[in-house]
Design a protein around this ligand. Sequence first.
Ligand code: FES
Ligand code: FES
Length: 414
Amino acid sequence: MTHIELTINGKVVQADVTPRTHLADFLREQMLLTGTHIGCEHGICGACTVEINGEIARSCITYAVTCDGAVVRTIEGFDEDPLMARMRQAFTEEHALQCGYCTPGMLVAARDLVRRKSGLSRADIRTEMSGNLCRCTGYVGIVNAIERVMTEQTSPPSAGDTTGWLGPAPGPAGGVAVKSAAVETGKEARPAVASPGRQAASPAPIRPGAKPIAVAVGAIEERDGATSITQSFVLEHPRAEVWRLMSDPEAIARCMPGMSLDGPAHGDKLAGHLEVKVGPIAASFAGEGNLQRFASEYRQIIEGRGGDRKSGSRVTGKVDYSLKPATAPDGSEATRVDVVMSYVLTGPLAQIGRSGIVRDLARRIGEAFAQNIDALLRDPDSRLPAAQLQGISLLFSVLIDRVRALIARLFGRA
Ligand code: FES
Ligand code: FES
């Protein structure tokens, strides 16, 4: 059993859960919040939709242990919410429910949609709500209800508006949303989740004088049980300068979102941690690895392995990067960084590793990493954004956009 503490509908609760208990079962059977329904238990039907840290999520495919420190809101937690009240009223008036089984998840998702978007066509509303299935109504009443509330909205919604409980997918400002929720409930959100650093899957802020750095991500391949992915980006700095930085494991750790070393490298041995947050999933990988340097080739390989104690997930991986001469648009010397990462992830988090979001996640992590390298090359005393140093938000909005986790894991393991 694993001890967790989280905030549910404004109340801080503590509980012991097995690693395999999913959030929907935990809410229904231990918290007795039976408004969260369970239909498919495969993440398909949306009946189990809840809010986790301000974003809607499927509680049937979310492990309760990964919600340690999170702020969860179930349908019962929307009783005082004005927007939800309007949505409920519209559902009633438009006959948007029959048996009502899908209705809690449908309401949570519909409110989330109206918070984020306005002026959608009926076809767009259907598309946006396609993750929530209804066996009874034929959806016409549901679309009518959402359209009505959307039309009534006096001010346009904003994805960036993360005040209070309102708004899904807070993205880079996710920590703000969690903090606001904590203020509303009178409780402090646990730092592990509230930290903006856990949102580091977002691209790194662009510093004055710096340009956005595009990261090309190749195909994800499965080979001998391992997943591998390639990335490439160009830094507008001479190769020798880039190598000086990228051959230093401490600098690499500093630039990699969520990664930290436990201490200086001992010879070719490294030990460190990687904090990963992908959507509602938070993990802390502790690991060790070794480093191989091929200075004449401007190439370095970091191999490692580690695990997340709480989820029982384990990862082994390798990051192999090499620097090639390139030319900047202004004709000056530049460096192309080619990275090949491969990893094997086992345990509960493995579902993320197989996700299609890995590629996007890898790109986002790569962008944050490249941007940080660039910042240090421009100014060695540069203070990198704390968010980039404290955690990946897997990336990982998920996984992960999860390559981020990959990359992170790879480096983190180092
Ligand atoms: S029960 Fe969770 S998506 Fe169907
Ligand atoms: S109202 Fe019955 S499943 Fe939607």
